[in-house]
Design a protein around this ligand. Structure first.
Ligand SMILES: [Zn+2]
Length: 322
């Protein structure tokens, strides 16, 4: 199977009450860890590339790594997606370079400007068989080049979604219902503390999601900033010399619930980063004389695989859907 678009994945996910995981890729071990998990669990998967990843790895390397994964796992549908495309030009470069899906994120602009540029990308993409994700509403947090202060963030306004989708022709829509980019999604004062002393963030705004669903029946919704920041890995990072105080994410049960509704794509990046870092820190602390990168990247790659497998089975529900 060659790279696919997300059209069929999303239609099946919408009707089947599950979601597809969109995992960010930056190097070989991450690509291998994600696709090994998806391959074994027979899950469709979206490999996504951010602006930061393109700058870090060079777009050609990333595309070739993803092509290698497609060759290795011919039986699962794999989409190659641009995460947070910031301009028509970036989207065009990815469309011309073999991506099957792009996001144009003009959510920081006015409603009219967002529509105008999204429409432009959609026209270029659709002529070439590529699908487009757009965004309405603004998420807080930090992700690569994307930085939004909590007070500049705003929930998606459900009364705008129908007009936006109709006028742009976009294929899926990222909405803001309280998720947030990065490992520090919520300030401690926004959270409550549970009996184990762990910060519990404010619940997602399912009322906003349900209102959007009503206005866009059958239309795939996307959630960004949906890492759960597993506390066992945060603890491991801190135990082996790291410092991640008050790192907190979105509880997995809430994401599971969202995936049973109209949410067809859930973006997960920080959890993979944290798992890799925790395992590498532990390895180096326990093996101070080792210096071969393969020695610590091997368990790191395994940590990526295990994290993705956990998400596919327990959060997304996409196992066996390839
Ligand atoms: Zn995002």
């Amino acid at each position: 199977m060659a790279l696919v678009t997300t059209t069929e994945m999303f239609a099946k996910a919408y009707n089947g009450g599950y979601a597809i995981g969109a995992f960010n890729v930056n190097n070989m071990e991450i690509v291998q860890g994600i696709t090994e998990a998806a391959g074994e669990l027979k899950s469709p998967v979206i490999l996504q590339v951010s602006k930061g990843a393109r700058e870090y790895a060079n777009p050609v390397y990333l595309r070739k790594l993803v092509e290698a994964a497609v060759e290795n796992y011919p039986d699962i549908p794999i989409a190659l997606h641009l995460d947070h495309g910031d301009s028509f030009e970036t989207c065009k470069a990815c469309i011309d370079g073999g991506f099957t899906s792009v996001m144009i994120d003009k959510s920081g602009e006015s409603f009219e400007k967002n529509i105008e540029i999204t429409r432009q990308v959609v026209e270029y993409a659709h002529e070439r068989g590529v699908v487009v994700e757009a965004e309405l509403g603004t998420l807080a947090g930090i992700e690569d080049e994307v930085k939004v202060a909590a007070d500049a963030a705003s929930y998606t306004r459900p009364e705008e979604v129908q007009e936006f989708v109709e006028r742009t022709g976009c294929d899926s829509l990222a909405i803001a219902i309280g998720t947030s980019h990065g490992a520090y999604k919520f300030k401690p004062e926004q959270c409550t503390v549970n009996e184990k002393g762990i910060l519990v963030p404010p619940p997602l705004r399912f009322d906003v999601l349900e209102e959007c669903m009503k206005r866009l029946p059958g239309f795939p919704i996307v959630l960004h900033g949906s890492s759960s920041v597993p506390q066992d890995f945060v603890k491991m990072v801190n135990q082996y010399g790291g410092s991640m105080p008050n790192a907190v994410g979105v509880p997995e049960e809430q994401l599971r619930k969202a995936s049973q509704l109209a949410v067809c794509k859930i973006n997960i990046d920080s959890d993979i980063r944290i798992a890799m870092t925790a395992v590498i820190r532990q390895y180096l602390a326990e093996n101070p004389s080792h210096f071969d990168p393969r020695q610590y990247l091997k368990p790191a790659r395994k940590a990526v695989k295990d994290m993705v497998a956990h998400k596919i089975v327990n959060v997304l529900g996409s196992d066996g859907k390839a």
